[in-house]
Design a protein around this ligand. Structure first.
Ligand code: ADP
Ligand code: MN
Length: 515
């Protein structure tokens, strides 16, 4: 608090009390007030708001002014709130001091000591609030129109005396109580969940804060002790996510690693019980963990950066969130494929960068990739026609191009081909969508021509068969040029008219080239 203010003369002319305290006479009315509460809220409300918006639970994420503490409704008159805010500020100052000391001691010595463990606000804590946003909770496909939200803009539901606002104390209280279920399994919440308890937002927020910091503390403590093989492949945050899945009963056990790729690690797990009755967890699951080491993803930027479904969000996101978008993208794409009846893994759950899906294979043995099986001539032909069909379905019904289709991403299981690995799949109108499709066609054609399927179309024929476009060039170079010209035309159209050409879109009929 500013000592000058406290010492101010009590009789300094007319105006509001705070104005009259100013020792330099009456300030103009636009000057800023300076009570403790105001200083605190100015400094921290923004941070708190950000933190809360990110950390708050699903429905709150969607509605910016949820029942949680935000910049607007922050209650600085509450002692508890003020105390917490002060504490936070003190902790930060303490840390800053520690850092200075650390620097002083270390100087430019080659061997340095660290005060990391003495810090109050751990970097692991401070940056993890953004992690609380969970794509599971924004399950809608960003491509499709949004469903109306449950609490309308006006902020209330119902009529007359039955009106219920989103701030309704009883409703909020019950919701808050139910939300305690989301706390870590080891966090003791008593029998509250089963009773008709109504927790105020303030109490709930305090509890939640505590639950989270306990959770993180415990994760930190155990970080160095766990060393099982499955766990070694992933970072502590991911481990915590997996641990929670097992703890929640969704997974029975995680048995081990099936694949370690550049961009992902895939685990096998036995499915557990579902929390809701309408959803069945497959007996065996595959867990795809998208790697959070960023450099691996750099060369794949173009797939997601230019995907207009994600365009708005891309620019605002940090790299960790972008990686989550890969997982989210794979989920949406798999869901579309599932709807079209294309054999592919079924989505079970998505938590941040961890996607759980059904396991293609049996008894922990994953189905072989097409490149690893030797099929009879008959099966080879069968597989070819099935893939031709799937590519058309993918394009026409799912409005997708796989974009990494090859014998590496097709599994042979139960006498048919299953498509996997669709995180990079894009819509045909993606600025490079048609080029990706052409590459897919080249891979497929070459594989089956080499594999002795006489009926296999060449890559250009296959491209036309899948897209319904009628590109006539009879050599690779010209064909490619025509594809790029089409893409460019589409982009120009987007620039000028704000929407895509209808030529690649598919409403059942073969697309017509109309401009
Ligand atoms: P990457 O981007 O690392 O290629 P993939 O999705 O292709 O990721 O998965 C890597 C490997 O893991 C696959 O080649 C396959 O062998 C295995 N795999 C992935 N998903 C499944 C699944 N649902 N069922 C069985 N095996 C799977
Ligand atoms: Mn793959």
């Amino acid at each position: 608090m500013d000592p000058v203010e406290v010492a101010a003369a009590p009789d300094a002319g007319p105006g509001p009390a705070w104005q009259s305290k100013c020792p330099w006479g009456a300030p103009n009315t636009t000057s800023i007030s300076c009570s403790l509460a105001d200083v605190m809220s100015e400094q921290l409300a923004k941070e708190l708001q950000l933190e809360e918006e990110n950390a708050a639970f699903p429905e709150v994420v969607a509605v910016a002014e949820g029942p949680f503490i935000t910049g607007e409704n922050i209650d600085t008159s509450s002692d508890l709130m003020l105390a917490q805010m002060l504490q936070m500020e003190f902790d930060r100052e303490y840390d800053a001091q520690l850092r200075r000391e650390e620097k002083k001691i270390n100087g430019d010595s080659k061997v340095s000591i660290s005060f990391e463990n003495y810090r109050k606000v751990h970097p692991y804590d401070s940056d993890s609030s953004e992690d609380e946003v969970d794509w599971q909770d924004t399950r809608h496909d960003p491509y499709r129109a949004d469903k109306p939200t449950t609490t309308p803009r006006k902020g209330f539901i119902g009529k007359g005396k039955d009106i219920t606002t989103k701030h309704d104390e009883v409703v909020c209280g019950r919701k808050n109580t139910a939300r305690m279920e989301n706390f870590a399994p080891e966090f003791q919440v008593g029998d509250g969940i089963g009773m008709d308890l109504k927790l105020s937002n303030q109490v709930f927020n305090a509890l939640k804060q505590h639950a989270y910091s306990e959770e993180r503390r415990s994760a930190r403590l155990h970080e160095k002790k766990e060393h099982s093989t499955a766990e070694k492949a992933v970072d502590p945050k991911t481990r915590l996510l997996l641990y929670k899945m097992v703890n929640a009963g969704m997974l029975e056990t995680i048995t081990g690693c099936i694949s370690t790729g550049k961009e992902s690690v895939v685990f096998h797990a036995y499915g557990g019980k579902s929390a809701t009755e309408d959803k069945v967890i497959p007996p065996e699951c595959a867990i795809k963990v998208f790697k959070t080491t960023l450099n691996e993803f750099k060369n794949r930027d173009k797939y997601i950066k230019d995907d207009y479904r994600f365009k708005d969000r891309f620019s605002k996101l940090n790299p960790r969130k972008i990686i989550r978008m890969w997982a989210e993208k794979e989920m949406h794409n798999l869901t579309r494929m599932q709807t079209a009846g294309i054999p592919c893994p079924q989505v079970v759950s998505l938590k941040k960068h961890v996607l759980v899906m059904s396991f293609i294979g049996k008894d922990q043995v994953p189905a072989p990739k097409l490149k690893d099986v030797t099929l009879s001539g008959e099966d080879m032909k069968k597989a070819y026609y099935q893939i031709l069909n799937m590519m058309q379905q993918l394009y026409k019904e799912c409005n997708l191009v796989h974009a990494d289709l090859s014998e590496y991403n097709m599994l042979w299981h139960d006498g048919k081909v299953w498509l996997i690995d669709v995180s990079q799949s894009v819509e045909p109108t993606h600025p490079h969508g048609l080029e990706f499709l052409f590459r897919d066609c080249r891979n497929v054609s070459q594989f089956f021509q080499k594999g002795g399927v006489a009926e296999a179309l060449n890559e250009r024929e296959l491209f036309n068969a899948v897209s319904g476009l009628n590109i006539t060039a009879d050599n690779e170079v010209d064909f490619q040029a025509e594809i790029e010209a089409l893409e460019k035309m589409n982009e120009d159209h987007v620039q000028n008219h704000g929407k895509k050409l209808s030529m690649f879109s598919s409403d059942g009929d073969p697309p017509i080239y109309d401009e």
